[in-house]
Design a protein around this ligand. Sequence first.
Ligand code: PSU
Ligand code: MN
Length: 299
Amino acid sequence: MKFWVKEEVKKALEKGQGIVALESTIITHGMPQPENWETALEVENVVREEGAVPATIAVMEGKVKIGLEEAEIKELAKFQNPRKISRQDLAFAVSKGLTGGTTVAATMLLAQRAGIEVFATGGIGGVHRGAEDTFDISADLEELARTRVTVFCAGVKSILDIGKTLEYLETRGVPVIAYQTNHFPAFFSDRSGFSAPMSLDNPGEIASFIHNKKELDLGGGIVIACPVPRGYGVSKKEMEKALELSLEEAEEKGIVGKGVTPFLLQRMNEHTRGNTLRANKVLIKNNASIAAQVSKILD
Ligand code: PSU
Ligand code: MN
């Protein structure tokens, strides 16, 4: 058996309770220790406090896990050289008995397989700056085009090309909805300078949007972009300085492919003396809370 569904999640699926899928690359590659497991457990608690059931998804020794126990979250967080598992890597990780965090793309497709419709994360991947040369476009975007899961995030980080990411999502027909604002958020900051194509104001409106999209048989996912709570963002000036330095370092070190996002996240945190990590912790909990509220009222 390669596919394990945690008992608590199985029961919630049977009873039709609200369930929120959570990704695990943020644990293995997105945050340092001990914040990675502390935050993962806090996010699960936020979902529970809202009356829904969390399902952190990962691959442990080649087993696909839909829902991790607390001890497994800690084990994953402390694992030496975990894999970053996107759609491309999934069959390989299972075949080789590997352990790793699933990206937004892999978590979405596994959530759908398990019957979970709602998923919360910090930020999704997107079109990287300079993609016209590198072709570095996250598999998250293609997954959003093909997999019916609603992803709650805080937008996309300005380490990416936000304009091109929004264009790509439009081309692939993925609805992008900003929550309680017309501004498309930029992860660490509540505004990216781009406006969102659509905006919705409360969990009920989101649930009804999901319902109508299903009725229309449109397929594919939905992005719900929730701005980082007021007072917890990182100022544009601080961000841009840190980003410029981090991008230069990535180029000097020849970081490419899967390594780019984790490297930039780590360096930005160092350059901002922990401010980006602090924002990250707050925004992911906010996204999880909104996702949980919606998961409970889906029909
Ligand atoms: N954004 C973050 N933190 C993260 C990621 C994105 O703020 O940890 C992770 C997510 O798991 C996302 C992945 O799916 O990075 C995208 O990686 P890539 O760009 O290599 O597709
Ligand atoms: Mn990439």
